[in-house]
Design a protein around this ligand. Structure first.
Ligand code: SF4
Length: 262
């Protein structure tokens, strides 16, 4: 978890995320499965930290003893060892995770950081009133699911104007479409129009496009050839091509051919 108003981890308005704390969560882990026990653990940790000071032993298992509540109401959770809460002193060292925590980032956080101020504000409006465990849960928070599609799709959704969280949650494609297709979706919205985001057939429509495009990219060569996709294009485009082609590397001439198919 990082602290700054521009960061999704701690964006202000009483919102915060601790979904990757400690940053060793298995793929697909969601706080939504453990809300009751996590709330008890957070309350217990907060009390212990106040009474006994910071932990002195490394983390074992999936729980970090530095996590607790930042408010009296028990809604906003965060890292009580973070320098932003300790007059600049970083107390995370003894957990053994200081370095990993400090560099941790996730696709929704990187997408959020790439948005303009008005777009960030529009998305945070939709999260009003959520506690940390709900805010950081992709299952409970459709804004987290949306941001996983990358900054272009998130910006397009934010630009659709004021909506309610329930409306966003009703967009079934947010749960049915691989987030890696976000860059392809952004390209298609250029012709379909951003209102396509609210259409019930979007998941099927995009799946048809992705399948047709994947067939035209050509077979995966027996040996990886070319340059790493991440060195030839941005994170979101690289992720889309990797998912569609099954390849991590590509020759620049092949990438140019792929782009021409879009
Ligand atoms: S899951 Fe992402 S947004 Fe949440 S604390 Fe980790 S890096 Fe921040």
């Amino acid at each position: 978890m990082k602290h700054s108003g521009l960061l999704l981890c701690s964006p202000g308005r009483g919102l915060s995320c601790v979904a990757c704390c400690p940053p060793i969560r298995p793929a697909g882990y969601d706080h939504a499965d453990h809300l009751g026990s996590l709330r008890r653990l957070l309350a217990e940790n907060t009390r212990q930290l106040r009474e006994q000071g910071p932990p002195t032993k490394p983390i074992t298992g999936f729980w970090c003893p530095g996590l607790g509540y930042l408010d009296r109401q028990g809604r906003q959770a965060g890292c009580l060892l973070h320098p932003a809460l300790n007059q600049g002193q970083d107390l995370r060292g003894p957990t053994g995770f200081q370095e990993k925590c400090a560099r941790e980032s996730c696709p929704p956080a990187r997408a959020f950081a790439a948005l303009g101020e008005a777009e960030r504000a529009a998305l945070l409006d939709l999260c009003e009133g959520m506690d940390s465990l709900s805010f950081g849960s992709p299952r409970l928070n459709p804004v987290m699911r949306l941001l996983a599609f990358g900054p272009e799709v998130a910006a397009a959704a934010a630009g659709l104007g004021r909506r309610r969280r329930e409306e966003l949650a009703a967009w079934l494609w947010l749960g049915e479409t691989p987030p890696a297709w976000g860059w392809l979706l952004a390209r298609r919205l250029e012709t379909w129009g951003v209102k396509a985001l609210a259409r019930p057939d979007l998941a099927a429509r995009l799946a048809g496009e992705a399948q047709a495009l994947a067939q035209r990219l050509g077979p995966v060569p027996p040996m990886e050839q070319g340059e790493a996709l991440h060195s030839l294009c941005n994170e979101w485009e690289a992720r889309a091509w990797q998912q569609l082609s099954g390849r991590r590397r590509v020759r620049p001439t092949d990438l140019a051919r792929w782009r021409a198919l879009i």
